[in-house]
Design a protein around this ligand. Structure first.
Ligand SMILES: [Zn+2]
Length: 146
């Protein structure tokens, strides 16, 4: 038993020397939009048309800073997220692609924002890491990809 503990200690010590630390900055902005939707095939009140004031939290991970000391200007993340939100704001989501074919659930809206934002912001040093969509003050979904 004593020998086993000793081996674990040596392995742990070796492992800690091999850890490579790299810089990572996570930036987050928050915006919102209002829209109506219905959930097809949903066995409850949400199959009737109703609306939400959705809150959108966009998180971006960066590995480097520019010479100003910024990973990316918050304004750039806000503008890109607002552009996507404006396509949905004050619309009936079921009338818009991609929600003509898939239900405009919080999960699918979060995935839509994540992919559209990734197209605009991802680069060699910046990546959209997480998109959180709040459907109410007490319920949200986060979407990310590994
Ligand atoms: Zn709803």
């Amino acid at each position: 038993m004593r020998h086993w503990l000793c081996s674990v200690s040596i392995a742990s010590s070796t492992l800690s020397k091999n850890i490579i630390m790299s810089a990572k900055y996570t930036l987050k902005i928050v915006t919102d939009f209002a829209a109506a939707h219905t959930l097809r095939d949903y066995p409850g009140a949400c199959h009737r048309m109703h609306g939400h004031n959705w809150k959108v939290e966009a998180e971006v991970v960066a590995t480097e800073l520019n010479k100003v000391g910024m990973a990316i200007d918050f304004k750039e993340i806000k503008a890109a997220t607002r552009t996507i939100a404006s396509r949905l704001d004050h619309y009936y989501l079921n009338d818009l692609p991609p929600f003509l074919d898939i239900n405009p659930t919080a999960e699918n809206i979060a995935q839509y924002f994540y992919h559209e934002l990734s197209k605009q912001l991802n680069s060699s040093t910046i990546r959209v890491s997480r998109l959180t969509l709040w459907e109410t003050e007490r319920a949200c979904v986060s979407y990310s990809e590994d």
